[in-house]
Ligand binder design. Sequence first.
Ligand code: SF4
Ligand code: SF4
Length: 458
Amino acid sequence: MDSREQTHEAPSRTAGEAGWHVSRYNLSAPVPEGKTVAIANLFKGTCAEYNPIELYLLSVLEELDENHPIIERFARRGIIANFDERAALETMGRGACMGVNGVGLTICPTMGCNFDCPYCFEDHYAGKMEPDVQDDVVALAKRMLDASGGKNISVSWFGGEPLLACDIIESLSERLMALAEECGGEYRASIITNGYLLTQDTVDLLDRCKVASAQVTIDGMGATHDATRRLANGGPTFERITTNLRSCKIPFKVNVRHNVHEGNRAEMDELQAFIGQLAEESGNKLHYYPAPVAGSEAADERGEQVNLLCGTHASEVGVRQEAGRFHAGRGHYCGAHNLWSVGIDAQGNLQKCWEAVDKPDISFGTAHDWDPTDPFATASNPDNLTMFLNTAVPIADEECRECVWLPTCVGGCPYKRLFDERACIAFKDDPERYVLALRDRIGEEREDDGEVAAGNED
Ligand code: SF4
Ligand code: SF4
């Protein structure tokens, strides 16, 4: 029955006449054990179950009265919209290029590493960041703050293995923390480390340096891990890393990344349980997450050693990874998309992507010379800057333009897109598995009416 008949109100428009339509960014999957269907909306970042009556109303949406109560409920979850979501994504992409959320610096205090991982995309060279380059980093941070109007500084310590240069981490942190304070802003930091040198002294140093999260990679149990995470001299590392995670009191969160390939994918559940046990024993905040090793140029070149994941296996791991980092209203924009985020290698070369940190030919400038108030004239290679920034707006790519995954994928990894090929989501053709994985995860976080709008970070 039409709601106008029920309420005897003056006839109003249909929802279709009022501009409502079903979102182009819905993915759905029948829930195996029931009569409901789970629908995820990738634009709004929600997932919920719908019963047959709701599904019927959705199917006749444009004929409903515009004041039908289900409209507000559907709209809140984003599965219907009264605006052009794709145009909104285009605007969001442009905003991602210039948006200011403080200044982001990925700093490599050394490009040297004590490991030799077969899938590593870097060429390592010995030596640490010289004092004059450290001065340039601080001066660049100041110029970026002044030009952006931002106050906050966010640092990611990267390398090589950054813990080989703890002295530089400590002294640069002190200077950058003082700079943020001087500007009335906040300072926060994270680190990507192989974990081998994560002793209590190092943890305490990182804590003093306001490191709030670390990423440590463990590629399987024991010898499986040692096969791909080995010392430069070939020695094993599993025992040492896991002992560090168990015995140190670590005040910050540690994301344990598992680079999944054919040789270790069978150990995903065992490793996840082991990390859970380590967390329980130590009281440390350890969080497991899998990431497929696929499609990297370095991994491709050395693929025989790591047996890359492909087909359904890459898809399985990808679903687990992506469902774990599903966020409300957030595409996968990264530092490469934003002007106020730069990578700095040990020699002071600037990069838009950490996959490029050891590749001077993709550098866009130097910490000494680059001035964001005149970002092109002061860049040694402005094209290396603009090509990354412009990947934030993939709408011009016909395949991305029509793709249901666009809000979350944002056209894939910028580096791969530029130098390899369009890096589509591994499970692009298998949306139902993703929706059901989201539904399973969301079951634990369900809000009052079965929707969710939050996730954990990777
Ligand atoms: S620990 Fe990291 S930087 Fe070192 S070889 Fe392995 S992947 Fe490369
Ligand atoms: S890269 Fe592939 S999956 Fe991502 S939006 Fe473009 S076409 Fe879709």
